[in-house]
Design a protein around this ligand. Structure first.
Ligand code: F6R
Length: 614
């Protein structure tokens, strides 16, 4: 959700903070603001809208020189996205400034109490209460860090908070509960940020903060305690990518770059996981083979695109590993009564590792004593810490809000897990597993081939820019691919788009078909003859009712030629691996169509990259 940056060092803070915010803007872009401390003065500047509005404001009203500051990009939760509600928020005296990511659930009570005690609150936000609570604590003569610890003990909900005070040009304090915050360790300078992208141009040395911790950041050191002030143990790590990975590298949009990076991302996620003998080695997963042998049910929890990866995982796990597998939207999971035991393996899939719904689902599963495995793309994020084991995807930083390369690498991760369980439990013959691994290793080249043939897809997308609606159909693993294609189009082009299981058509959705309606159909490989032939019949049924059929089928599948108004060919691969090649044209299609409509595909309206509130 919101993006947070804090800095203390010897550089001009406003420059460091604005540069960091530019790298974090994908987390929220309803408004942006900065607070700077110099010469005993606190100054703030904030503006509704994208970061460029704040940049223009700072150009008009030159900010004070100073080497300590913090900044925020907002994804609105409490109060509309206007200047007044933009962060930072200050106390009555204008001496303390606070920025925040998350939701303070008891803010209404705290606000009422503050108002009763005479505080005037200037915004509709939950955040502003923290500035006033700090003001009260500071009156007792304690320091800013202790004041923040005391305030945090009174807050309910999820929050990352960062605060600065006019009288201390050497100190930035931060606190974290259920919401991301990492420390960047520089030479004579230190950073706080929602993710490492904000400071990657300055340092690749980072420190993970745990739950309920407060950090004091000075130019020459960092101190971390829990909310009671006891010193906390923290883990330092080195970020394995550099600043070029967080830049557009010549592409107009991050999304275009990330789509193009998919062959490499798939290859990197396979790297080091296949031994010289062709067997899988997933030791890093931290779940023993014996534990995997004891598993009798798998439940996958995830949101959005990651949920679609989970739906595909179900087919692979049931087919290869021979285990029953349920897939659940993480946001729904803990509100029903899932039946879990010590022999249930819960797999949580999350690119960011910070999605609150996924984290809450994991915590719920832990209470029921299930084994927990995370699939995650961000080192140092919360999800891996909350799981028994983790399999990292190696997509590199995904900055465009719509997920692309992370999705393909999540698929690779779930294939690896399903095949590994098959290997451990002996549910498939060793040579079958080995053959599938060899095919997986060839997938980067297949994805590359898809990317090389995307020009007609782009032309098609441009020609459909004025349509009101597009439907997507698939069967088997093609069904989640259809859902993913529809999600991409909705979020980027703001068009009505829906994915259906083709077999469900006649049970209702076929009523939507009208003359000229574009329908994209994902056709399974010919080798799956019954499935294949059934969907070819579905194509005929919708075409007979006037649909404009856009068919994605494997190369050489001429059986679809007579019924396809447009044919998109993808390399032939086994059915279960087909989503790796059929999803790519749908990503390209949505991206191009949205661009043709003039939308910013990196920052679609109302969205933010990682959803850190429920
Ligand atoms: C869609 C998209 C979202 C995310 C979802 C989960 O393009 O990006 O639907 O997939 O918010 O995010 P993670 O994977 O970070 O938990």
């Amino acid at each position: 959700m919101c993006g947070i940056v804090g800095y203390v060092g010897s550089k001009q803070a406003v420059e460091v903070v604005m540069e960091g915010l530019a790298r974090l803007e994908y987390r929220g872009y309803d408004s942006a603001g900065v607070a700077l401390v110099s010469d005993g003065e606190l100054s703030t500047a904030k503006r509704a809208g994208k970061l460029v509005n704040l940049r223009n404001l700072l150009e008009e009203e030159a900010p004070p020189a100073g080497t300590l500051g913090m900044g925020h990009t907002r994804w609105a939760t409490h109060g509309p996205p206007n200047d007044r509600n933009a962060h930072p928020h200050t106390d009555c005296s204008g001496s303390v400034a606070v920025i925040h990511n998350g939701i303070i659930e008891n803010f209404a009570t705290l606000r009422a109490e503050l108002e009763e005690r005479g505080h005037g609150l200037a915004s509709d936000t939950d955040t502003e209460t923290v500035a006033h609570l700090l003001e009260e604590e500071l009156k007792g003569g304690i320091g800013l860090a202790e004041a923040l610890r005391r305030v945090c003990r009174r807050l309910e909900g999820a929050f990352t908070l960062v605060a600065v005070h006019a009288s201390d040009p050497e100190l930035v304090v931060g606190a974290r509960r259920n919401s991301p915050l990492v420390v960047g360790l520089g030479d004579g300078e230190n950073f706080l940020a929602s993710d490492v992208a904000a400071f990657i141009a300055h340092t690749r040395n980072a420190m993970e903060l745990g739950q309920d911790q407060v950090v004091e950041l000075r130019r020459d050191g960092v101190t971390v305690t829990d909310f009671d002030g006891k010193p906390a143990e923290v883990k330092e790590y080195h970020v394995d990518w550099d600043v070029s990975a967080a830049e557009k590298g010549g592409y107009d949009y991050f999304m275009l770059k990330e789509i193009a990076e998919q062959p490499r991302a798939v290859a990197d996620t396979l790297l080091g996981r296949i031994g010289a003998d062709g067997r899988l080695t997933l030791d890093e997963m931290r779940i023993t083979d014996q534990e995997l042998r004891e598993v009798d049910k798998i439940i996958i929890v995830a949101c959005g695109t990651s949920y679609h990866a989970g739906l595909i995982a179900k087919y692979a796990i049931e087919h290869w590993a021979g285990l029953p597998c349920e897939v659940e939207l993480a946001s729904e999971f803990r509100y029903r009564d899932p039946i879990l035991s010590r022999t249930t393996l819960v797999i949580a899939i999350s690119q960011s590792g910070e999605t609150m719904d996924a984290l809450m689902a994991v915590r719920h599963a832990r209470e029921q004593r299930a084994k927990l495995l995370g699939i995650c793309n961000v080192n140092g994020s919360t999800l891996p810490r909350e799981c028994d084991g983790v399999l990292y995807t190696h997509a590199g930083p995904e900055i465009a809000v719509a997920s692309t390369k992370a999705f393909l690498t999540q698929l690779v991760a779930v294939y690896l897990i399903a095949l590994y369980i098959a290997q451990v439990r002996g549910t498939k013959w060793g040579d079958e597993v080995f053959a599938m691994i060899q095919l997986l290793e060839r997938m980067p080249e297949k994805v590359e081939k898809v990317l090389e043939t995307m020009e007609p897809v782009r032309a098609l997308a441009r020609s459909l820019a004025d349509e009101r609606s597009v439907l997507f159909l698939g069967r088997h693993v093609g069904f989640p691919v259809a859902l993913e294609g529809a999600l991409k189009l909705k979020e980027l082009a703001y068009m009505h788009a829906e994915g259906f299981a083709a077999g469900e058509l006649k049970h209702g959705p076929i009523a939507l078909i009208e003359e000229g309606l574009p329908v994209i159909v994902v056709v399974p490989p010919r080798a799956r003859d019954v499935l294949h032939d059934k969907i070819v019949s579905n194509i005929q049924e919708i075409r007979a009712r006037g649909a404009r059929t856009i068919v994605i089928a494997e190369e050489g599948d001429h059986s679809v030629d007579p019924y396809a108004d447009t044919l998109i060919s993808v390399p032939a691969v086994p059915t279960l691996l087909q989503p790796l090649v059929t999803t790519v044209p749908l990503q390209v299609f949505a991206c191009e169509l949205a661009t043709a409509k003039g939308h910013d595909v990196d920052q679609p309206r109302n969205l933010a990259k990682s959803v850190t509130v429920e």
